[in-house]
Design a protein around this ligand. Structure first.
Ligand SMILES: Nc1ncnc2c1ncn2[C@@H]1O[C@H](COP(=O)(O)OP(=O)(O)O)[C@@H](O)[C@H]1O
Ligand SMILES: [Mg+2]
Length: 247
């Protein structure tokens, strides 16, 4: 039997009130993939993630998780079915400790042994967090806060990890580290759907990418092909010559 995609959009339209923001979105993300959704400011990237989470209602079309429709379901139910998000600007709880922030990620789980194991895995992945376990979130650096936000999301043991502009507000060095961590998490088996304006960086680690322009998907291809695509070069990659000339 062929497994359905972990996540699928079929002809999805999303509105805020009377204003349509997403137009006929189709996308598929398969188990183990690292897929990015690229696009400029206000193109509808965050709205796509909010549509998955049921925060924005679908007006037309279907959103499926593991083959099962989730559009129209309450957010809490969607999260409990296997979706986690690292939101824009991280949004950790500043006065809570690192441990308390992490534990929040597991609040819908009822397998304490599994949570304990996953907590150990997260400390292996982010040793910095273990060193700072009793510190308040606010005392962490930007890069450490991003680790905490990722750790919290991973602690729900999601089928798919959504990330909203992980590079936003980080210095270039931290952006590099951040993308290395995302790649590592993906290689350890987590399916990742990442939204980014930084197309060069995102495509350098992604398997595939979709490009959004004013709410419509205008391109969809492997990361390698997108890096070589002329329109991508002009509109999003700043003419960076990262494309190998075909022999
Ligand atoms: N809560 C909202 N109410 C009305 N319009 C919104 C709301 N949130 C976002 N929008 C509009 O939807 C469009 C897409 O926004 P968004 O998905 O946040 O874009 P991106 O994440 O790509 O920057 C923008 O034009 C934005 O102004
Ligand atoms: Mg956004």
């Amino acid at each position: 039997m062929i497994e359905p995609p972990i996540l699928e959009f079929k002809n999805v339209d999303t509105y805020y009130g009377n204003i349509q923001v997403l137009y006929d979105i189709n996308l598929k993300i398969y188990k183990g993939e690292l897929v990015c959704l690229l696009g400029g400011n206000a193109s509808g990237k965050s709205t796509t993630l909010k549509t998955i989470l049921g925060v924005c209602k679908v007006n037309k079309g279907e959103v499926k998780l593991n083959g099962e429709r989730i559009d129209g379901k309450p957010t809490k139910q969607i999260i409990s079915k296997g979706v986690a998000i690292v939101p824009e600007n991280r949004r950790i709880f500043p006065r809570m400790t690192v441990l308390e922030n992490l534990e929040l990620g597991a609040y819908l789980r009822n397998d304490p042994e599994g949570v304990k194991k996953d907590m150990e895995k997260i400390f292996e992945l982010f040793p910095r967090l273990k060193e700072r376990i009793n510190q308040a979130g606010i005392t962490l650096s930007g890069g450490e806060q991003q680790m905490l936000a990722m750790g919290r999301a991973l602690l729900s043991n999601p089928d798919v990890l959504l990330m909203d502009e992980p590079s936003m507000g980080l210095s270039p060095l931290l952006v590099d580290q951040q993308f290395e961590l995302i790649q590592k998490v993906n290689r350890q088996g987590t399916t990742v759907f990442m939204v980014e304006q930084n197309a060069n960086m995102a495509l350098s680690i992604a398997d595939r990418g979709y490009v959004l322009q004013t709410g419509s998907i205008v391109l969809s291809d492997t990361a390698k092909n997108l890096l070589c695509n002329e329109m991508m070069q002009e509109a999003y990659l700043g003419g960076a010559d990262v494309c190998e000339t075909p022999v």
